[in-house]
Design a protein around this ligand. Structure first.
Ligand code: CO8
Length: 257
């Protein structure tokens, strides 16, 4: 039995963390299953991923507190390393990943969403980093990605106070890109994924890599990274197809992977 389900519709892959009775909390098995599902995704047939939680109440209510409660320092560091390896895999996954946040995104759940390219929230979404109240720091990248996403001041406030941030406030903070009624969340995420999947896949992958790699370096190095990715696109069928079609005032043929 796997705690993580995978479904594919056209070019869009949907990953569901399926441990609903524990509000989809991340224990070691869930992390192992999530990594296995990610490893099984073929980018030859998939252009965008959506990650969500099973049920309507929770995206992911954090790392599993019961499992963590008796860990030694070395075991805690190993658990953190395991989660971080999976989240880095999502962050650097070759195709865009959308977090469909359907309820609680607490601790490791907020951090999971932060490793995705885009967060879309249901109206019932609640974000928080409750770790300081549990006697620990964030351990799956929260101190790093939250500050990079919403800025240092607001990130520190969330991390120090453990305060809950509801969907509308998350939108104002730039923590999420959009908020939808809970029953429309998946349809809206599928529409967004479909729009991404409708563009030239190699160009989208190159764009993700340019943004991700460029944000880590100084502006001149970042521009050089973009220039290199831009150049590679000129060796693709999609570039020739799309630009020729524009010049001939017609629609391009379907894009290829
Ligand atoms: N871990 C384990 N079990 C959980 C978790 C969790 N994070 N969250 C919920 N559950 C379980 C509950 O124990 C409960 O189980 P049971 O039915 O067997 O008693 C079940 O899910 C349902 O939960 P509640 O009955 O509590 O449901 P409520 O609607 O009353 O409350 C809340 C929902 C508010 C979400 C509440 O469950 C809660 O506060 N959960 C904990 C949230 C939290 O603090 N998350 C952060 C955890 S720390 C973390 O994520 C650190 C990440 C980095 C790790 C680094 C490794 C070293």
């Amino acid at each position: 039995m796997s705690y993580v389900k995978y479904e594919q519709k056209d070019f869009v892959g949907m990953i569901t963390i399926d441990r609903e009775k524990a509000l989809n909390a991340l224990n070691s098995e869930v992390l192992t299953d999530l990594e296995a599902v990610l490893d099984s995704v073929s980018i030859d047939t998939t252009r965008c991923l959506i990650i969500t939680g099973a049920g309507q109440k929770s995206f992911v209510a954090g790392a599993d507190i019961a499992e963590m409660s008796s860990k030694t320092r070395a075991e805690a560091e190993a658990f953190s390393a395991k989660g971080n390896a999976v989240f880095r895999k999502i962050e650097s996954f070759p195709i865009p990943v959308i977090a469909a946040v359907n309820g609680f995104a607490l601790g490791g759940g907020c951090e999971l969403s932060l490793s995705c390219d885009i967060r879309i929230a249901a109206e019932n979404a609640v974000f928080a980093q409750p770790e300081a109240g549990l006697g620990i720091t964030a351990g799956f990248g929260g101190t790093q990605r939250l500050a990079r996403t919403i800025g240092i001041g607001k990130a520190k406030e969330m991390l120090y106070t453990c305060g809950k941030v509801k969907a509308e406030e998350a939108l104002k903070l730039g923590l999420v890109n959009a908020v939808y009624p809970t029953d429309q969340l998946m349809d809206e995420c599928l529409k967004l994924a479909g729009r991404i999947a409708g563009n030239a896949p190699i160009a989208v992958r190159a764009t993700k890599k340019a943004v991700n790699d460029g944000i880590q370096v100084d502006i001149d190095s970042g521009i050089a990274i973009e220039a290199a990715q831009f150049g590679t696109c000129f060796e693709t069928e999609d570039q020739k197809n799309a630009m020729t079609a524009f010049c001939e005032k017609r629609k391009p043929d379907p894009f290829v992977n």
